[in-house]
Design a protein around this ligand. Structure first.
Ligand SMILES: [Fe+2]
Length: 312
């Protein structure tokens, strides 16, 4: 399986990134979103219509906490689509270590052989959670659980399409958005305009950083297609996940009429009212390991660990 890094532009400034995103021929990748109802997550297959290469973004490994059962139903749905469309997986991408679901990156790598990647600051998230879980010293916090760690501004290829990475922290400190042709995968920054923005109260989260990340995203051309990481279906409407920069600027419920200071205050107050995600303490130990369950113990079973009274 081939994967190509076109240029490694560590520290590239956003202006340069945006000008190349705006000025180049903005290819239109074929984007298929797969809604996972249990956690309101959206998984994506992003395909180059010319070469039929694709990337998978934020795949979900299903988990049923009552019985402790993992399933690959959601990830297998992606694989069926990939096979039916005659696509070749070049990348398995996560935007950040998720707190609400397990990542299926490890499973999809095993099945497809494609490399996995995430933002390079995941190593900082690993260090935070390694401490919280009191993981053994041998647990690596150098990001070696992924095949590649992306720097801000780094470019890579999906078939003949150029993709680039935009560091967009706030929800987590390592969150990145992927800019691919005229599409941007913005994970937990902006939700649909009627749902607003993502929370920033997990370890390493920061409301002011989220505001700044959102401003960078909103500098993209107005017709840029934005694909969000979650949709919680307000007022029981159908699930949606695609908007545009222009629509977010005009209608986003959390941004409308607020400046940075007002947004930060609003976001922090709102976060204080939200319960922790059901799977957070379970999901993070899988997701800081690249979507891999902890090693089997001598009886052949995997176990997850829960820190007690660490979050109140
Ligand atoms: Fe998230």
């Amino acid at each position: 399986m081939t994967h190509t890094i076109l240029t490694v532009a560590a520290g590239a400034n956003a202006a340069r990134l945006f000008s190349s995103f705006a000025a180049g021929t903005r290819l239109e990748p074929v984007v298929t979103g797969f809604y996972e109802e249990a956690t309101g997550s959206v998984q994506y297959v992003v395909a180059d219509p010319v070469t039929r290469s694709c990337a998978v973004i934020d795949p979900v490994l299903d988990f049923e906490p009552t019985s402790g059962t993992t399933r690959t139903t959601s990830a297998d749905r992606l694989l069926r689509h990939i096979e039916a469309q005659g696509l070749t997986v070049e990348w398995i991408l996560d935007t950040h270590p998720h707190a609400d679901h397990f990542s299926a990156a490890g499973y999809l790598k095993d099945v497809t052989g494609a490399p996995t990647a995430i933002g390079e600051r995941v190593t900082e998230v690993q260090k935070i959670w390694k401490k919280l879980y009191n993981l053994p010293n041998v647990f690596p916090t150098d990001g070696s659980q992924w095949d590649h760690l992306f720097a801000d501004g780094e470019r890579f290829a999906i078939g003949a399409m150029e993709a680039s990475v935009l560091l967009s922290p706030g929800h987590t400190l390592s969150s990145v958005s992927y800019l691919i042709g005229n599409a941007a995968f913005v994970h937990d920054t902006l939700f649909m305009p009627d749902s607003g923005t993502a929370r920033t109260d997990f370890p390493g989260g920061n409301a002011r950083q989220l505001w700044q990340s959102i401003q960078r995203i909103l500098q993209l051309p107005g017709d840029t297609r934005l694909f969000t990481g979650h949709d919680y279906r307000p007022n029981s409407r159908e699930a949606r996940w695609e908007s545009t920069v222009a629509a977010q600027k005009a209608h986003n419920q959390h941004l409308k009429g607020r400046d940075e200071t007002e947004f930060v205050k609003f976001r922090m107050e709102r976060d204080r009212s939200l319960p922790l995600p059901n799977l957070m303490l379970l999901a993070l130990q899988v997701n800081i390991a690249g979507g891999r369950l902890p090693a089997v113990e001598d009886n052949g079973h995997h176990y997850l660990k829960i820190p007690l009274n660490a979050f109140r």
